[in-house]
Design a protein around this ligand. Structure first.
Ligand code: NAD
Length: 220
């Protein structure tokens, strides 16, 4: 599911005939509900949900327009709540439990300058993960989060990487590999963490860092 219809259709095609692409805006509860219902009709239910959509809005917090912060909360917090509520609705009906996985961010625990509009709702989403783990563990529903950092993609484009590296006086490779392991972290590494969290059947309320190591953002 993605609001970018062409991208989600292409992604589903790459996954093969059994995949279902749904174009939907996660900030619209009616569209999210309809998407979950379509998945149930097609697959017979839902066991694993990865709540992934996000937008990176910026601005110095003292000058930030309310509209920008509210827009960020719609996508980076409330949409996760809408997705998770729909998942719980289906999983309880099934009576077989399931797992909710959230793409949060290292920003949730280690804010970057001028990135409050993004980090504040992400911090609320990190708390949301714990609330779902607490309130729905008895339903057999687990809830876990991934905190990633500096992953090349639609949010961190080649132009942004070049600009941020320049601003720090680094080459692009050193910028992307600026972590304890000294290696670039990729979207595949993030996906691997979600697979691990889906398979770890006795793990809930857990946060996995996928940032190559950053002590300032380390959790337990
Ligand atoms: N790139 C990073 O360094 C990084 C670091 C930590 C966390 N994250 C998180 O990873 C997730 C994926 O980000 P990405 O880096 O792959 O960026 P991306 O821009 O490639 O992916 C985000 C996707 O969300 C979709 N989207 C945005 N708003 C939507 C909406 N209202 N409804 C439906 N779809 C919507 C976009 O169309 C896009 O396909 C985000 O939650 C982001 O906050 C990214």
């Amino acid at each position: 599911m993605d609001r970018d219809e062409a991208a989600v259709t292409a992604a589903a095609r790459r996954l093969g005939k059994r995949a279902l692409a749904v174009a939907a805006d996660v900030t619209d509860p009616a569209q999210v509900r309809a998407a979950f219902d379509r998945a149930c009709v097609r697959f017979g239910g839902i066991d694993i949900v990865v709540s992934n959509a996000g937008v990176a809005l910026q601005g110095r917090i003292g000058d930030l327009a309310d509209t920008v912060l509210r827009q960020s909360f719609e996508v980076n917090f409330f949409a996760h709540q809408t997705v998770a509520q729909n998942a719980v609705r289906v999983m309880r009906l099934q009576g077989t439990g399931g797992v909710l996985l959230f793409n949060v961010s290292k920003q949730a625990v280690n804010p970057g300058p001028d990135f409050g509009a993004y980090g504040l709702p992400k911090a609320a989403t990190l708390f949301l993960v714990r609330q779902y783990a607490l309130d729905h563990g008895a339903d057999g529903i687990r809830a876990n989060a991934v905190n990633a950092d500096r992953i090349r993609g639609g949010m961190l484009t080649s132009e942004m990487i070049a600009a941020r590296a320049r601003a720090r006086g680094l080459d692009e490779r050193s910028y992307l590999a600026g972590n304890l392991l000294g290696r670039e972290v990729t979207a595949d590494d993030v996906a691997q963490a979600f697979v691990h969290q889906a398979l770890a059947l006795r793990t809930t309320a857990s946060v996995t860092t996928v940032d190559g190591g950053n002590i300032a953002a380390a959790l337990r």
